[in-house]
Design a protein around this ligand. Structure first.
Ligand code: ZN
Length: 258
């Protein structure tokens, strides 16, 4: 007799073949990997972390045309919890670190234009400062389907801090953000991609479910507190997104033309 897990694998495999457009992904059965893009700023600033709105639109337009569908954090959460989750044929995750105002001004409308969602990681100690998202902007974006996570209180590198400092950075930012968005904050993005084994333990104890690092690669969600991402930088705009991804060897299956 088949176990429930075996049954799910067989059932979902058949459903994927017949349906074509979408399939149910049973976490351990199909062992998928999902690209997670990491952006920072959208604008004209001349630094590696800022890309133009035109560059960002060329990315999301191409991804949309190629059939990629962005996942919500709720869907990511289900994957991490090993739940059988209905996924689009070409899943994609988009993240933004640092909570800049330009995310609201440029990225948010473009994401909506292409029916995409993203998650934004907020430095809670500087919410509302001149170049950062305000509380009302965060709430407006959330109401439109965007997700939010912690990027700590002060953006100090967690891997360099004392255990007590890390606890404060992770716990206080979580509480602050939960008060703003009125729902649980399950994800953290480590500033500068910095963490230690203590950081991961403290994040778990603070009630997070997962942590985004800046380790490069396509994510398989086997290690939820060191999730990999693919950063898109200013200098990348001279190349196509697919060129960058393929050159870095991340996504053999992500073959599309820009
Ligand atoms: Zn950051």
């Amino acid at each position: 007799m088949l176990s429930r897990r075996q049954f799910l694998k067989l059932g979902f495999g058949a459903m994927g073949t017949v349906a074509g457009l979408s399939f149910l992904w049973e976490y351990e059965g199909l062992n998928h990997s999902i690209p997670v893009l990491l952006y920072h700023r959208i604008g004209q600033e001349d630094n590696p972390y800022t890309i133009t709105a035109e560059h960002f639109e060329s990315n999301v337009k191409a991804l949309s045309q190629e059939g990629y569908t962005t996942l919500s954090l709720n869907q990511v959460q289900q994957i991490i919890q090993h739940k059988a989750v209905v996924l689009p044929e070409k899943p994609l995750i988009i993240t933004f670190d640092d909570g800049y105002l330009d995310n609201y001004l440029y990225a948010f409308p473009l994401l909506q234009k292409y029916s995409m969602v993203a998650s934004f990681y907020i430095i809670t100690g500087i919410i509302g400062q001149a170049d950062r998202l305000t509380i009302s902007q965060i709430r407006e974006m959330q109401a439109a389907g965007m997700d939010f996570g912690s990027h700590t209180v002060t953006h100090r590198l967690l891997g360099t801090l004392s255990i007590d400092e890390v606890k404060i950075e992770l716990a206080e930012s979580k509480v602050t953000l939960e008060q703003i968005i009125g729902s649980k904050v399950d994800f953290v993005a480590y500033p500068g991609g910095s963490y230690s084994s203590d950081t991961l333990q403290i994040a778990q104890e603070a009630g997070y479910m997962a942590g985004w690092s800046t380790r490069l690669g396509v994510e398989t969600f086997k290690h939820p507190f060191t999730l990999k991402r693919i950063p898109i930088f200013h200098h990348d705009q001279t190349h196509s997104l697919s060129y960058i991804l393929l050159k870095k060897g991340f996504i053999p299956g992500l073959l599309f033309n820009l």
